[in-house]
Design a protein around this ligand. Structure first.
Ligand code: GLU
Length: 301
């Protein structure tokens, strides 16, 4: 009998917005880039709502984001995933890390760390403090190869701050909320994500996330960090600085602008078509080589 050929790994991408406000041009770029990267490889594209931080959540924002994606024709596969539904799984992974002594409780306040030079130096590592009312930090003490760089599919070889790479970072906050880096990695593993396409504002978190993949014995996905839309150098559009919400009523001009931002200017005449037709053109013409090799691009807000 002939042995079966190994199944090709299917591309799986995702868009993972935090529901801290409506979608703005910057979040549309991240959604569109990850969508096109997936669809141009016949891959699947999932949407996950990163709602693990209730104090930062804006009521109705999650639903508004989903309606905006639909208005732009960015249809996802399967059910939307909500991080707020996954607490049990996060707790399970946290207890695994605790049992393997890969994390520990820490009572140091931000003020204390700032007074000690701004970098956490493992002060509580051997104190055996109770987990309750304390933050949990990952224990990098035994890590022989801290993650000091990684290869990004667009930004090339990214060097990370060596001191930060060896810092025991927080995976659960003192107030009991899970840290973004931990839950992102747990869910991306669970969802079988093969490539993460997101804004270059998250480049610096990637080292910590790759570290977590290693500690959880998983192969990290590929990373592609897109340029971020800024209004002035270093001033990214964000929900916190009240970037304008994008319109749901007349999506085509904004969709075309987001495509141009990503180096894919659509041919004249296409503006009369529907979002569906424009996205069809974009999927067929999508090329990673056309993406600007930049971490930020200035736009008018
Ligand atoms: N939820 C994060 C945000 O909205 C992005 C998560 C990610 O793409 O890793 O900034």
């Amino acid at each position: 009998m002939r042995s079966a050929l190994p199944k090709p790994v299917l591309y799986r991408g995702r868009f993972a917005p935090s529901p801290s406000g409506p979608m703005h041009f910057g979040s549309l770029v991240a959604a569109l880039g990850s969508y096109l990267q997936a669809r141009s490889q016949q891959g699947s594209w999932q949407v996950r709502i990163d709602d693990i931080d209730p104090p930062r959540e804006v009521e109705g924002a999650a639903q508004d984001i989903l309606l905006t994606l639909q208005a732009y024709g960015l249809n996802w596969d399967g059910d939307v995933i909500y991080q707020s539904h996954n607490s049990q799984h996060y707790d399970h992974i946290l207890s695994q890390l605790t049992n393997q002594q890969l994390c520990y409780a820490c009572a140091c306040s931000r003020k204390i760390i700032r007074q000690n030079g701004g970098l956490y130096r493992g002060t509580c590592r051997n104190k055996q403090l109770p987990e309750i009312n304390n933050a949990l930090r990952i224990n990098l003490n035994n890590m022989t190869h801290p993650v000091t760089h990684f290869d990004d599919c667009l930004q090339g070889s990214v060097l990370l701050d060596e001191r930060q790479a060896t810092e025991d970072f927080i995976i659960r906050r003192k107030d009991g909320l899970y840290a973004y880096n931990l839950v992102t990695v747990i869910d991306d593993i669970n969802q079988g994500i093969t490539e993460i396409v997101r804004g270059a504002d998250l480049l610096n978190t990637t080292g910590k996330q790759i570290t977590l993949y290693q500690l959880l014995n998983n192969k990290p996905p590929a990373y592609l960090h897109l340029p971020v839309a800024v209004t002035a150098p270093g001033q990214k559009l964000s929900k916190q600085n009240h970037a304008l919400a994008i319109t749901k009523d007349n999506p085509i001009p904004t969709l075309l602008a987001a495509l141009s931002f990503l180096g894919h200017t659509a041919p004249q005449g296409i503006a009369d078509k529907s979002c569906f037709e424009i996205l069809k053109w974009a999927v067929q013409n999508w090329s990673q080589d056309k993406l600007p090799h930049l971490t930020e691009i200035q736009i008018k807000n």
